[in-house]
Design a protein. Structure first.
Length: 224
């Protein structure tokens, strides 16, 4: 008969911490699926059942459904932003970094449907968020203006125009599933670049640059 090795001091707290992390992650994933499906009025019980956790566990992590939904949105913003940062970190030209981020985001509306529906559900508030796309767009646009690549007098106004174009593109791609997402994303990006003061030929060149392989970031949509 074999005996189990004695539990080392500190193993139990670590195991409890991992269990709490898994529970929180399950609740956030469930909340994102409800947001993506437009079920914003779903009761907490329905969310906990989808996450396969108890009601008591829910209140160990969140004080309300609204707090959970805020965390779910923040998580989606951070995940998307981290992906863009990973793809563009090697680009020295801020205009190219902006172009790459916009083109990739357009494609991710199809490649990561649940996450993108969560982002679209925030509407115009996405443009003023201090997480995710908005601060990165502001950073890249400001840097491109300083480098003489963009010609923008009012960066905040530029963010509003760029964000409106991106949200419109995302909604269009969801509404028209047969539309070519890559072509649509590149067309909108090229027009946005000219809106930011870039010559049309240079905007066209940037939109023809190769993009990273998005295969590994594909995300299945939520179950029907």
């Amino acid at each position: 008969m074999t005996t189990q090795p004695p539990e080392r001091h500190g193993d139990q707290p670590n195991r409890l911490a991992r269990r709490k992390q898994r529970t929180r992650a399950a609740l956030i994933a469930a909340a994102q699926s409800f947001i993506a499906a437009g079920k914003l009025n779903a009761p907490v019980l329905e969310i906990t059942q989808a996450a396969d956790v108890g009601m008591g566990s829910f209140y160990n992590h969140f004080d309300s459904k609204e707090e959970l939904f805020d965390a779910a949105l923040t998580d989606a913003l951070d995940v998307h932003a981290d992906l863009l940062d990973a793809y563009t970190k090697s680009l020295d030209d801020p205009a190219e970094a902006f172009s790459c981020s916009f083109r990739l985001t357009g494609r991710m509306f199809r490649r990561r449907p649940q996450e993108s529906r969560v982002l679209l559900s925030t509407g115009l508030s996405l443009l003023s968020s201090d997480r995710g796309l908005a601060p990165r767009a502001r950073r890249d646009i400001s840097a491109a203006v300083e480098a003489g690549r963009f010609h923008v007098a009012d960066v905040s106004l530029a963010i509003a125009m760029v964000g409106g174009a991106l949200l419109g593109l995302g909604q269009l791609l969801h509404d028209e599933p047969d539309r070519d997402d890559s072509q649509a994303a590149d067309t909108v990006t090229q027009n946005v670049l000219t809106l930011l003061g870039m010559p049309a030929d240079e905007a066209s060149r940037l939109c023809q640059q190769p993009l990273p392989d998005l295969t590994f970031v594909d995300q299945p949509g939520p179950a029907a």
